[in-house]
Design a binder for this molecule. Sequence first.
Ligand code: NDP
Length: 237
Amino acid sequence: MTDFTGKTILVIGGSRGIGAAIVRRFSSDGGTVAFSYAGSTDAALALAQETGATAIQSDAADRDAVIDLVKGRGALDILVVNAGTFVAGNATEADPDAVDRMIDINVRAPYHAAVEAARSMPDGGRIIVIGSVNGDRMPFAGAAAYALTKAALQGMARGLARDFGDRGITVNIVQPGPTDTDMNPASGPMSDIMHGFMAIKRHATGGEVAGMVAYLAGPEAGIVTGALHTIDGGFGA
Ligand code: NDP
């Protein structure tokens, strides 16, 4: 446990899966947490009720909405951008609008959210984006555009770390491997194939990923920036 009492935290995309685990972790560690969601209203309201966090409906595919969301929370101590989608399929057959929407959510939203947050963030603030081990390794066909989005975050973190470093604001990417969520259920049809690439052959839990986020957001990680933090059971090893 890390004490986040007095910290103002926004999790973009927090209604389900890894995002919900991050909301739970920060809330139970004393933070003042708000989270956004797009479509899962019932899950978002239940999580807000459970944790005391504030749920805000806001589509991460809409740049102006992302900027307004961040602005509306005032000076954030910690920003986590978790919202992400996975569009899979043969690249020559994928719907280009679906691919572009994924790029909006997975790449443009983290960039604009991070920049907007940094405008009012106090010195020592934390920006953490959930990438993927697929930013480093893409061993399957059919996910080129997804890998593109997660690799893009790596360059963003390196650059923004330089931009904000003089204020002690850190920018980091957490790169999960297979993690048991609606997006990638441990009981799904691809599980055995994914586990075949791993040294520890199981899906992570959202709580395990949230633990790494809490470390990066906490007082021990003030010198950790511009870096990629992979938590993948050896998927990319
Ligand atoms: P889920 O699909 O289980 O949950 C996605 C979350 O993001 C939901 O809370 C969803 O909210 C939110 N979200 C999606 N689109 C939008 C949007 N347009 N605006 C606002 N919120 C949005 O995914 P995971 O928890 O599995 O994934 C979370 C992150 O982790 C993603 O970035 C994903 O790429 C990454 N990741 C996941 C891995 C895995 O194996 N699960 C592995 C590696 C990376 P709502 O339902 O309300 O729309």
